[in-house]
Design a protein around this ligand. Structure first.
Ligand code: UD1
Length: 419
């Protein structure tokens, strides 16, 4: 167990490079199970969730070899069709192997993801979609068992635009008989990235990135080389870090268009923003202004930047409002921010944040991945020392975060929690 200690109050200045996107890497890695041959996947972020997915693929029988910051995966045969509880409990996205295994081998067994710190996160829409494609689904002993001799293309109308649900069904449909249409599909850029990889392997997916995806089934997928897109959430986190500390931060090798909702909110709060085709630079104003932010599925403001934005609002001038529309109960960072002197009241899905002149360092506890990022940003802005415990949440999704923050001038280091 380690913790991160930050001595706050220093404006961050400089440039960092965006890592590959965790939420694109995970479905792309899972989709290697759809066929044989060597898949070379580059620009993987060096984060724990990616390592967990690679472990899961190895456990299923795929060969996974490191290649620089990427991997070479060969899934010509698999020895197991089961994603066990011990892995799934550490990463819900393990459920992404369900679609590929079911479509290619006619069977898959995946532990139910179960409870999660950011509210109930069911997978009912994934399962309803698989049933629509002709699968039999049984839930027993905490596991999902799915069977289908051959999936059949169908029209699926998603009740809600679930991101991993859209990905799971899109992957499964690649090997189904006939055409599958996914309506009300999630439109996140990571879904388009997955579709590009699938198409590079010979799949016929169109419309990914819109709410209407059409997949024409093919008999098999072949090998391919692919480079994972940049991480828009990591990019946004560093830009907000610049804002919260009154600094000037540039993120290179990113895709600015993926961050439009954040950029317009940062401008509204007084930031000076410069964009090129692959970089964003944000200069903080003398005083960040309060904002009204509502999280929504893409292209709305991402829920995965909500905690970071709240940290900024804590020190903004005026009263801000955040409405969390995607995940019920995703405010676990609030009590921790309050321990640092923030003035926040929560009423259901709405948090009202009254800006204070200064946060003060404290010992806080990370509850989930993005909440941890919010606490890091609050610590960077706070006067004095902040200790963030349970940083393993952070390591699931941020690559070398202390190194990158140090390169921007932050005083931050990691130490054993017992020290
Ligand atoms: C993905 C992202 C996560 C991000 C989230 C929303 C990955 C690996 N994770 O998570 O970082 O915060 O999108 O942008 O890409 N829902 C149901 N039934 C289902 C599935 C979802 O009711 O079967 C609900 C959820 O409870 C939630 C909403 O749909 O309220 C959106 O969840 P979803 O898009 O599925 O999130 P994830 O794919 O788990």
């Amino acid at each position: 167990m380690t913790r991160i200690t930050i001595t706050g109050g220093r404006p961050l200045h400089g440039r960092v490079q965006a890592a590959g996107a965790k939420n694109a890497a995970l479905p792309i890695l899972a989709s290697t199970l759809l066929g044989g041959g060597e898949c070379h996947i580059a620009n993987l972020p060096q984060v724990r969730d990616v390592a967990t997915m690679n472990t899961l693929l190895s456990l299923l029988g795929a060969s996974v070899k490191q290649e620089g910051t990427g991997v070479v995966i060969k899934a010509d045969s698999v020895q197991s069709l089961e994603a066990p509880y011990d892995l799934v409990k550490t990463m819900r996205a393990s459920v992404l192997v369900l679609g590929p295994l079911l479509a290619r081998f006619g069977e898959a067994v995946v532990s139910l993801p179960g409870g999660c710190a950011i509210g109930p996160r069911p997978v009912n829409l994934h399962l309803d979609g698989f049933k629509k494609l002709g699968a039999t689904i049984e839930l027993e002993h905490g596991y999902i068992r799915a069977y289908a001799s051959k999936l059949q293309g169908q029209r699926i109308d998603l009740e809600m635009p679930t991101v991993t649900g859209t990905e799971n069904l899109m992957m499964a449909a690649c090997l189904a008989n006939g055409t599958t249409i996914i309506n009300n599909a999630a439109m996140e850029p990571e879904i388009e990235d997955l579709a590009n990889f699938l198409n590079a392997r010979g799949a016929k997916v169109s419309g990914a990135g819109t709410s209407h995806i059409v997949v024409e089934g093919v008999s098999q997928l072949h090998e391919a080389e692919y480079r994972v897109m940049p991480d828009r959430i990591e990019t946004g986190t560093f830009l907000i870090a610049g804002m919260v500390t009154g600094g000037d931060v540039e993120v290179s090798q990113c895709i600015p268009g993926h961050l439009d909702p954040l950029i317009s909110k940062l401008r509204e709060s007084g930031a000076e923003v410069h964009e090129t085709s692959d970089s964003i630079r944000v200069k903080a104003p003398a005083k960040v202004q309060a904002l009204d932010v509502q999280t929504c599925p893409y292209p709305g403001f991402p829920t995965d930047l909500q905690a970071q934005m709240m940290a900024m609002m804590c020190v903004a001038e005026g009263t801000s409002v955040i409405t969390e529309n995607v995940f019920e109960g995703r405010f676990l960072h609030v009590p921790e921010l309050q321990r640092m002197g923030a003035s926040i009241t929560v009423d259901g899905a709405r948090a009202v944040v009254k800006g204070v002149p200064q946060l003060t360092g404290a010992q806080v506890m990370a509850s989930d991945l993005r909440a941890s990022a919010g606490l890091i940003l609050a610590g960077l802005a706070a006067e004095g020392e902040t200790q963030i415990n349970r940083v393993y949440h952070l390591d699931r999704g941020y690559e070398r975060i202390e190194d990158k923050l140090q390169s921007l001038g932050a005083i931050v280091h990691r130490e054993p929690a017992s020290a």
